[in-house]
Design a protein around this ligand. Sequence first.
Ligand code: SF4
Ligand code: SF4
Length: 328
Amino acid sequence: MPYLDPLSIGNKKAMSSDFSKIDITNKIKAEAQRLGFSACGIASAEHVESLHQTAYMSWLTNNYHAEMHYMQKNIEKRLNPQLLCEGTQSIISLALNYYPIEKQCTNSYQISWYAYGKDYHLVMKDKLYQLFDYINNTLHPIEGRVFCDTAPVLERFWAWKAGLGWIGKNNQLIIPYQGSCFFLGELFINIELDYDSPQTNRCGHCTKCIDACPTQALQAPFLLDSRKCLSYLTIENRGEIPQEFHSALGNRIYGCDECQKACPWNSKSPTTTIEDFNPSTSLLKSDNNSWNSLTESDYQKLFRKSAVKRAKYKGLMRNIEIAKKNSK
Ligand code: SF4
Ligand code: SF4
């Protein structure tokens, strides 16, 4: 298959006669590439479309968000970018590749790939601010905000709208020829740019992600029940993990990558060029004995500045206890 320059993906709308706007857009994309982003697209900051709005509201009504009560808050802000950041005209969506160069030995307890390296919030925010400053200082004075998983933003919707890829049946944003192992971030800014168009869904008749899910958390295409999802149960969930999911947990102790591993679009994922996302030698060396005897101080050292802090020591040890029983 031909390699598609990720920074030019998305079907461009009709050319505008405003060349300075196009020039600014192109320079933003070139700078995004220089900063290490794998893809960059731009959408007009309109109200979220009713189809996506209805799907989100129905997902909440069915309690598929489990105990993530923050998903129920600020719904109007989630759906209307103007309420989150007044004056926003353009949403620049950016993707950072985390597909690891080196992976843990499959015999040892497994950490989800995205959490191998430094906390993505720190890495992404740093790059988003650099891009924001570049636009403001070099191209055009702007006002706005940057976001990365820290505010009520429908990130995958905006990535799709900005032409980065499509939302797959596993609910991940899939970038053609690159896969779904990406962190997403956004710039909400107050100038008009040249906008990209959404891509059509290319999942076709495939159901590999749904078939591969160990707990049937993917109830149907595009429909995730977080209450059954191992990623939710091992990370966000603060209580006990229900017994019915213990055996499905296998040797996973933080997150789950099964619906991504199964996806054919990830079979040729390029590896990350972001050094910070690579696993540390200590993580790669950790065997089950060291996990089983992990002290709080080991945990603090091993996961300093890591996304694994999200589960807290107590949560990680809860998961390790189950993995330990499963390994017997
Ligand atoms: S992360 Fe794991 S448990 Fe959750 S939907 Fe994907 S495969 Fe299923
Ligand atoms: S596994 Fe198949 S159905 Fe699932 S997201 Fe990938 S292409 Fe789409």
